[in-house]
Design a protein around this ligand. Structure first.
Ligand SMILES: NC(=O)NC(NC(N)=O)C(=O)[O-]
Ligand SMILES: [Zn+2]
Ligand SMILES: [Zn+2]
Length: 456
């Protein structure tokens, strides 16, 4: 008789291809059998008859700010929040940590910090800034996910936005190195000038901030990035697209054969400009929250598959950085990584009947493929890592401060009525979250990203 480490019985497995009720057996951190009924013994058995089993989410966009600004978040609190939210892998952005990840030394420092403290597996982005064109090859050899650049001010002094020449040259190199470039796409001249005019006129409220970052600033920067990427043969990813029209530009280029993708974030799907007017600083981000019609367009793209990925862009800061009366001076960034899956289940699946398969594709299967993760990630099948999230799909609950594992339990989603409770999260077969509590020790592993060989 076969013997396993763990058998999970009777759960409804959710994959990018559909759902099925089955038993699942785990040995040596991998899924080794999937069948309607598995015989054999195991050291432990989980009864999942009332639960859905999702592949652990892969969050391609978080800022955990360690080393250097661990008081803002850090790998312990950040990865605990992810585990509590059903995410088993994340990619940390190169900025808001100090030093930012722009050369070998800063990469090594970040890798050490993450290895020591993360409860879930992770990849690391490298930065592309005007000062580090000579360092890109080194970062590629370290196994960074790709190179992240800001086309507008990053809000952090030690991570400079790229000028066009830097972006163009960085893309040429990235193409040679087989790495993708990810951009924060907003036109800097336009946003900076509009902000400066508003502030000079003493107009520093929420609406003034929103008006200083119009959709056209995003559209122009996306178009420019697409054009540069086409010319240089660089693979491109646009982070946190906030508008339906932005997604359409990316989908159009893709349809013409260019290797470009994009993500949106839960906040653009769940909140609108009216919400930031009401909620204030907790909901400030860039690009900003948009109108209901842009939001509707994002949902349509998600349904249609032309918007292939959702990532949290968790960008926390100490509450005192959210206090200024001048809204332009308030820290821009939303804390939300713990709620990625719950929000998609609540607003997507329950409210709008977005298929569960689409949610799985957007938070796991597609992300693993797009960023060339090792084969065993992002799949719920035999041979894959046992990265799983067990979900009580219809259980309602109200998100409370005490539920949040962030360093600063501050989020625009507090008080929301959610449906779809994460009950248990396993990373490579080890339970890291169970019934509201973190379990075990940080044993997250680094996932180096290998050079792109195919387009996907
Ligand atoms: N420095 C940041 O973390 N910025 C982030 N802030 C947002 N999105 O408001 C981002 O991803 O641009
Ligand atoms: Zn950004
Ligand atoms: Zn970000």
């Amino acid at each position: 008789m076969k013997s396993y480490d763990l058998i999970i019985r009777g759960g409804t497995l959710v994959t990018a291809n559909g759902t099925q009720q089955a038993d699942l057996a785990i040995a040596d951190e991998r899924i080794v059998e999937l069948a309607p009924e598995i015989s054999g013994s195991a050291q432990a058995v989980i009864d999942a008859h009332l639960l859905h089993i999702f592949p652990g989410a892969i969050d391609a966009h978080v800022h955990f700010n360690e080393p250097g600004r661990t008081a803002w978040e850090g790998f312990v609190s950040g990865s605990r929040a992810l585990a509590a939210g059903g995410t088993t892998t994340f990619f940390d952005m190169p900025l808001n940590s100090h030093p930012p990840t722009i050369d070998i030394a800063s990469f090594v420092a970040k890798l050490a910090a993450a290895r020591a403290s993360s409860y879930v597996d992770f990849g690391l982005w490298g930065g592309l800034v005007p000062e580090n064109l000579e360092q890109l090859a080194d970062l590629a050899h370290c196994g960074v996910v790709g190179f992240k650049a800001f086309m507008s001010n990053s809000g952090i002094d030690d991570f400079h936005a790229v000028d066009d020449a830097t972006l163009y040259s960085g893309m040429e190199q990235a193409a040679r190195l087989g790495k993708l470039v990810a951009v924060h796409a907003e036109n800097d001249q336009l946003t900076a000038a509009l902000a400066q005019q508003a502030q000079a006129a003493g107009k520093t409220g929420v609406k003034d901030y929103l008006a200083s970052r119009p959709v056209v600033a995003e559209l122009e920067a996306i178009e420019r990035a697409i054009l540069f990427a086409q010319e240089t043969g660089c693979t491109l990813h646009i982070v946190h697209v906030s508008s339906g029209r932005g997604v359409r530009l990316v989908a159009g280029a893709r349809a013409r054969g260019q290797d470009v993708s994009c993500e949106t974030c839960p906040h653009y799907l769940v909140l609108t400009e009216e919400d930031v007017e009401e909620l204030g600083a907790v909901a400030k981000c860039a690009p900003p929250l948009r109108s209901r019609s842009e939001q509707e367009a994002l949902w349509q793209h998600l349904f249609a598959g032309t918007l292939p990925m959702v990532a949290s862009d968790h960008s926390p800061a100490p509450p005192q950085m959210k206090l200024s009366a001048d809204f332009f001076k308030v820290w821009g960034g939303i804390s939300g990584c713990q709620s990625l899956l719950s929000l998609l289940l609540t607003e997507g699946y329950h409210q709008r009947h977005l298929p569960l398969q689409t949610i799985v594709a957007a938070t796991s299967a597609y992300v693993a493929r797009r960023f060339q993760l090792p084969d065993q990630k992002g799949r719920l099948e035999v041979g894959a890592d046992a990265d799983l999230s067990l979900v009580a799909l219809s259980t309602p609950y109200q998100l409370q401060e005490r539920d949040l594992f962030y360093q600063h339990p501050y989020s625009p989603y507090l008080g929301l009525e959610l449906r779809g409770k994460i009950v248990r999260t396993l990373v490579r077969g080890h339970t890291v979250f169970l019934d509201g509590e973190i379990v075990g020790m940080p044993k997250g592993q680094f996932l180096p990203s290998f050079p792109l060989t195919t387009t996907s």
